[in-house]
Design a protein. Structure first.
Length: 190
């Protein structure tokens, strides 16, 4: 992560509880620590004739106020490309500390820093492992669909995105990151 982005994230995290903690309706004063913990996560599965895909993304956070959550997510992704013989198996790992502010009835703003350690295949059917860091911000919507289930969609802009140079693969095809799925847990945050 570039130094200005890192400093911006630290300042944002340090000041956020003061800024968003204003107002009596937003306070969680007196709420036990255990009740401020929010959990969730996602699971992605895809199976086909070209590739198999499995993604596990648990999330844990802390409600600083009723509308403001700080937390982190970890991700593991497994991809098996079957179009070569032998097939190419890739493993990716990520950690993503984030800040989320719920604006109104499920609409939220989010900023996050992602450290991604990923593999990609080379032309010789071998794999190369690389690190990639991203500073992203955007917003989204989360809507309950059950007691501990919610549908979410978010669009983030990757401020760290750069066009890959020849011979290097980027984990993102553009600076726009779209995520959608079903969240499992008590991570509604509103």
């Amino acid at each position: 992560m570039k130094r200005p982005q890192f400093i911006f994230l630290l300042v944002l995290m340090a000041s956020a509880s003061q800024v968003f903690g204003q107002g009596k309706d937003n306070s969680l004063k007196g709420t036990p620590f255990k009740e401020r913990i929010v959990t969730g996560g996602g699971l992605g599965l895809g199976f086909g004739s070209v590739q198999d895909f499995v993604s596990v993304s648990p999330v844990i956070g802390y409600s600083i106020t009723k509308k403001f959550i700080a937390g982190t997510g970890i991700t593991y992704r497994y991809t098996n490309y079957k179009i070569t013989n032998p097939s190419i198996k890739l493993n990716d790992y990520a950690v993503s500390p984030f800040l989320r502010y719920n604006i109104y009835r499920g609409f939220f703003l989010q900023t996050e820093y992602e450290y991604l350690n990923y593999e990609f295949p080379t032309s010789t059917a071998e794999t190369v492992r690389m690190d990639f860091t991203s500073f992203m911000a955007g917003g989204g919507l989360v809507q309950p669909i059950g007691r501990n289930l919610a549908f979410y969609v978010m669009a983030l802009y990757n401020f760290s995105y750069q066009q890959p140079v020849p011979g290097r693969v980027s984990p993102y095809g553009s600076p726009f990151v779209i995520r959608a799925g079903v969240n499992i847990g008590n991570f509604l945050g509103f």
